[in-house]
Write a protein that binds this ligand. Sequence first.
Ligand code: COI
Length: 355
Amino acid sequence: MIETSPSFDIFITETSRLDQVDFDHLEFGRVFSDHMFLMEYEDGEWQRGRIEPYGPFTMSPASMVFHYGQAIFEGMKAYRQGNGEVSLFRPGMNIARFNKSAVRMCMPEVPEDLFMEALAALVKLDSNWVPGGSEAALYIRPFMIATDAYVGVQASKKYAFSIFTCPVNAYYKGPVRVKVETSFTRATPGGTGFAKAAGNYAGSLYPSMQAREEGYDQLIWTDAMEHKYIEECGTMNAMFVLNGTIISPETSDTVLDGVTRNSVLTLAKDLGIPVEIRKFSITELQEGLESGALTEAFGAGTAATIKPMSEIGVNGKRYPLSDSDGWQIVPWLLRELDGNRRGEITDRFDWNIPV
Ligand code: COI
């Protein structure tokens, strides 16, 4: 079936896969909804886009993304509301960040209105795929890749922009054990750390695998110059509660400006919890763990939401932390953020955008 919007065409599948999905046992990122959005860039402009049944692309083996890694993505979520409707959570922030990533990677920006219209239409069309229940959401993955078939090193002249969605449950099953990494680096000043560039994630795989061999789930990344200050935690922003104050490493060209981070800090400030956005050194972390002044620690990210750290490895010593041990701030933040996204408490910052 074909429908049209002023900006793109809509081809609706005749064979929905919805009834094949076991919504009670969703594995993160393995199940894909019926439709995707696709739009190509060539001759210096975006061509007419389309929503079509989810499926594979055919591409030249010489497509530049395969060789030089010109690829960016975003991660965002839609939530089933208490009243049964579906809302996107702060999509404007992801769209703006996507275009910031595009500029850094020499890729064309996607017009914000078109991006938003395509996103809302796609999620509305597949709204039956949005799961309900705690930790469940529709994860949305917009991405752009270089598609020009050319082996020289330069910015591609052709791109594909696509959005697909996945009904998901929690990204991490429980709290995470993390190790402070002081040899490998995720991002360097002047590099691409602030962008959601695919290569940033590829480079993190080897150090993360080594941490897993030591019994950790993820790494806490430190600055590239001195390996002295905490930057991120795996694919999340890192946060710590020290003497009752939330400490959040400042964003920079090596730290992603996370939407969940921003939401957590906004909620905390609004309810009068002290927040400090500043450099946080490994020494201060270790002293806080030794003295007991550091009581709670967590990562904040779209896929993971808010994940408590149950163990932190620093300078060869492992420090257990227990979220059943009177943690107050993390459970409270989780309730506030989750309640807000699911329309269970007042959306006082107008973060939910119904589709
Ligand atoms: C997200 O939180 O959306 C991320 O980007 C993490 C992802 C790599 C699973």
